[in-house]
Design a protein around this ligand. Structure first.
Ligand code: ADP
Ligand code: MG
Length: 235
């Protein structure tokens, strides 16, 4: 394992007109590490993921992936360099099969090697390879979203509210999949409200309120922090 961060975001700020959705947020992520991104609705979590993945251009700040500045690159170039993301609501290409969805992702990849583990196998979808994506359940679509990301052999995976809408046993499955990714040396940013899920997956949390960092540290410590407690009880 290397001592250099896989992802280094410094001073990220995003303005929408006169409104600042993200305000001077920084995060370093190391190989095999998972950080929870936590905060009330509207606190800037998805904006952070959109700015890092390139959906939005940062108004200020720098983003490095394996030491390489990426803040000027479009999303597909960032993805190709090893930045994967899943969506709060997965959007598979519904009329294509499960396998075709992963193949489309692979066409955009230079880094994927033929020896890589089969992403469908890994996501537990091999048996559905020839099914149309729009015939999958929510859980299966989330797994497909993850398989699509894994096809690009990412170094960093940004996971936006992946667990929402899943049953307790599905949550356990997803938590163990994410932990396997960490075991492979990938680094994860996990946006999630469910404490139990966070406990199962992350080492530390970054707590946002109104676009600003109000806490960074251990999950247990976060919930004995006055500012964090105030923000969550005030909801
Ligand atoms: P979270 O994911 O923490 O619930 P978001 O990052 O989605 O919050 O949103 C943070 C704030 O930024 C919200 O007030 C939201 O309305 C605003 N926002 C997000 N995207 C846009 C946009 N494209 N244009 C204007 N405002 C936006
Ligand atoms: Mg969100």
């Amino acid at each position: 394992m290397s001592d250099a961060p896989l992802l280094s975001a410094v001073g990220l700020t995003k303005n929408f007109g006169g409104f600042r959705a993200l305000d001077d947020v920084s995060l370093d992520l190391y190989p095999g590490e998972a950080v929870g991104l936590v905060g009330p609705n509207g606190s800037g979590k998805t904006t952070f993921i959109n700015v890092v993945s390139g959906v939005y251009t940062a108004s200020a700040g720098t983003i490095k992936l394996r030491g390489l500045p990426i803040e000027g690159l479009p999303p597909h170039r960032r993805a190709r360099l090893g930045l994967g993301r899943t969506f709060q609501v997965p959007k598979p290409l519904g009329n294509l099969t499960v396998l075709e969805n992963v193949q489309v992702a692979l066409q955009h990849s230079k880094s994927a090697k033929s020896g890589d583990a089969d992403p469908l196998e890994f996501a537990g979808l091999a048996k559905f390879a020839n099914r149309r994506a729009n015939s999958l359940t929510t859980m299966e679509q989330k797994r497909l979203d993850l398989a699509r990301v894994l096809a690009l052999s990412p170094a960093v995976v940004l996971v936006d509210e992946f667990a929402a809408g899943l049953s307790p046993s599905e949550l356990i499955d997803i938590a163990s999949l994410l932990n396997e990714l960490r075991g492979k040396g990938m680094a994860l940013v996990v946006v999630e409200h469910l404490l139990g899920f966070l406990e199962a997956v992350v080492d530390r949390v970054l707590v946002l309120d109104a676009g600003r960092e109000i806490f960074s540290g251990g999950l247990k410590e976060a919930f004995s922090d006055d500012k964090v407690v105030e923000v969550f009880l005030g909801q």
